[in-house]
Design a protein around this ligand. Sequence first.
Ligand SMILES: Cc1ncc(COP(=O)(O)O)c(C=O)c1O
Length: 365
Amino acid sequence: MPGVPLFDTSAALEPLRDQLREAVLRVMDSGRFILGPEVQAFESEFAAYCGSDHAVGVANGTDAITIALRAMGVGPGDEVIVPSFTFYASVEAIPPTGARPVFCDIDPDTYCITPETVRAVLSRRTKAVVAVHLFGNVAPVKQIEQLGVPVLEDAAQAAGARGPDGRPGALGTAATFSFFPSKNLGAFGDGGIITTSDGDVAEAARTLRFHGSHDKVTYEQIGYNSRLDELQAAILRVQLPHLDEWAAGRRRAGAHYEQAGLGELVRLPRPSPGSSPAWHLYMIASPHADEVRASLEAAGIGCRAYYRTPVHRQVAMRRWGEGVELPQTELAARTHLAIPMSPVLRREQADEVVAAVAGALAATA
Ligand SMILES: Cc1ncc(COP(=O)(O)O)c(C=O)c1O
């Protein structure tokens, strides 16, 4: 069938089928399904990959944010600064800590927050900043930390990226990842992890993910039942050694688009200074985004406007979003469109997408 899919989550796994089958059978035969040797091994391997001292596997990337913030000491009465141009979960995870989300704007070229956008909403109640490495780009975590406030990296979309100061996962006080199946490193179900080099934060996160208990006998606080399971950990262990090559494939796909002249038609995402993004989504921007979308869909080319309504204008956020003005967020929300991206996207496919974008824009002229 002609056309180009928005994602390709299966082609990169094809050569790993035997290893994946062996991993699943190994867990099945072990009889250990929760918090066993696979999770422990994956936590060590993932921490080493990121360059952090600890990793704590949890049930998904949303729980990871709530648990990490609580482990960092965020609670009732605190404010947590977060972008509005992100997946809803980056913000949804804050109120369960008791803290209030405070929205900040983004740099429209990188789609990430900056020290300036954070400074604009900083207050004496600010307890933490959630820096989202959106679309696989790398937010300037070290510069934001210089404002004197701890940073939690939301790296759900950025596994495999690298910034000038190291990898996401080792840049802030703690970081969170999602292993949702379509992510750069995807499980065969839900999964998430928290990384940190702060031993106290790691210990607090380990307790919180397990009902607020060390031993399931005494319970020190209200926690969660939120663990990465053995099966998902075993599957992720097979994939982790390939993450860098897949991220390189995503950057190659981005280069195909550039070489095919896409930058002359629409605005391309700009890597943040000194970074190698792991393009989870490849986000173009155009004032004609909706017309481009209709044409690509008609040509069988996958595309999607992910965040047309930014989080601060979602119904559930009314309490915290009313009166908030974020001009760059609104611009990005109106103009962005994700086009096909995967580690295996070929030059001919990029040419097909670019031709379809050119055709769509010619029709609007
Ligand atoms: C930026 C961002 N944060 C948080 C999440 C939440 O992760 P999960 O779906 O694993 O809960 C996602 C993805 O779904 C995401 O893209």
